[in-house]
Ligand binder design. Structure first.
Ligand code: FAD
Length: 320
């Protein structure tokens, strides 16, 4: 059977795209390699929260249920799971897509157990499965982690820890570790703190304005980084203001790192391996590479809609 559309990835980006495709009457299937709904939010570290409140964390159609403060990952996972059910989004899991290739007018989507076929393919595989660690000279003999594998503070109690990175995950992880460990926070430049009262709301508003300007063909008004990079979540603010969270200039060789643990908070890359070399795929999510705010819960909607509209129109259908 050839589906009209297959979406690879069943996180928020895949679900938002499915929402619009299904509303247009497009025969859609989502393939996701996780055993359950929730995408990357199932794997984040225990204390990680959204930096936007629930009312600013909405997928198209149905707002996130209320939450007091910044929602934790469990709240996000429950929301994504309920969203999937609410709109009867057909998701097959766990199905790991290894390769998407074009065969004439049809795409062939291969997983270890079976192959699928679709007229259109959406890539919504996110970034979590592609953590990025830069290369440095020298050797380090302690235990290395990436933010994507950071298990929370308990494993680090009483130890020395080096945290690398100048953005939000590094600031959050270093801040909470200062309560239990001797932390050296390495940054390539001085931390760029956002004003204390700026949270996800303002960021999403700016991302939206930026995306609209780009869509209208106007000059790019610039990224949010002119505001600073680090959102002042309560734990980060407390650690910085008490002097516990201080940055140290980045090492030039791993030989300089003496800590028991080294945690790389150095970001992610789009997980595009299955699509490499194949043209004509629609990409949703992933971040600035797709468009401002595209990786966020609130920001993904317009990109999901645009991809769904292109697919629906090619099939003679219309996104409502
Ligand atoms: P994912 O959630 O990663 O979903 C992709 C799905 O595809 C996953 O289930 C994955 O396992 C699956 N997949 C991958 N490869 C394959 C394959 N080959 N075959 C089948 N399935 C596959 N956003 C906000 O709105 N607010 C925030 O506060 C916020 N904080 C963030 C903090 C961090 C540290 C990070 C990394 C991101 C944050 N984001 C935030 C951004 C965003 O919400 C997440 O990155 C989100 O997980 C992106 O959703 P997604 O659907 O694009 O990708």
């Amino acid at each position: 059977m050839t589906h009209e559309a297959i979406i690879v990835g069943g996180g928020q980006s895949g679900l938002a795209t499915a929402y619009y495709l299904l509303r247009a009457g497009v025969d859609t299937l989502v393939l996701d390699d996780q055993p359950q709904a929730g995408g990357a939010w199932q794997h984040v570290w225990p204390s990680m929260t959204l930096f936007s409140t629930a009312e600013f964390s909405n997928l198209p159609g149905w707002p996130m249920p209320a939450y007091d403060g910044f929602p934790n990952a469990e709240h996000v996972v429950n929301y994504l799971s309920a969203y999937e059910q609410r709109y009867s989004i057909p998701v097959e899991r766990p199905v790991q897509v290894r390769r998407v290739s074009a065969e004439g007018q049809v795409f062939k989507i291969d997983s270890p157990n079976r192959s699928y076929a679709a007229q259109h393919v959406v890539g919504a595989t996110g970034t979590w499965s592609a953590p990025f660690i830069p290369t440095y000279p020298g050797t380090y003999s302690g235990t290395q982690w990436h933010a994507s594998t950071y298990p929370g503070i308990e494993s680090f109690r009483g130890s020395t820890v080096a945290v690398v990175g100048a953005a939000n995950s590094a600031a959050q992880i270093a801040a909470e570790l200062t309560a239990v460990a001797d932390v050296t926070w390495y940054t390539r430049h001085q931390p760029r703190w956002m004003p204390d009262d700026i949270d996800g709301r303002e960021l999403f508003r700016r991302n939206r304005l930026r995306a609209l300007a780009i869509q209208r063909g106007e000059a790019d008004p610039g990224a949010d980084s002119n505001l600073g990079d680090i959102v002042m979540l309560p734990e980060v603010l407390k650690a910085r203001n008490s002097g516990r969270l201080k940055a140290t200039p980045l090492f030039s060789s791993l030989d300089e790192v003496q800590a028991d643990h080294l945690i790389w908070c150095t970001g992610f890359r789009p997980a595009l391996k299955p699509f490499r070399g194949t043209e004509g795929i629609h990409y949703v999510g992933y971040g600035d590479w797709v468009g401002p705010g595209a990786a966020t819960i609130t920001g993904v909607g317009p990109y999901a809609k645009a991809a769904a509209r292109t697919i629906a129109e090619a099939l003679g259908k219309k996104v409502k």
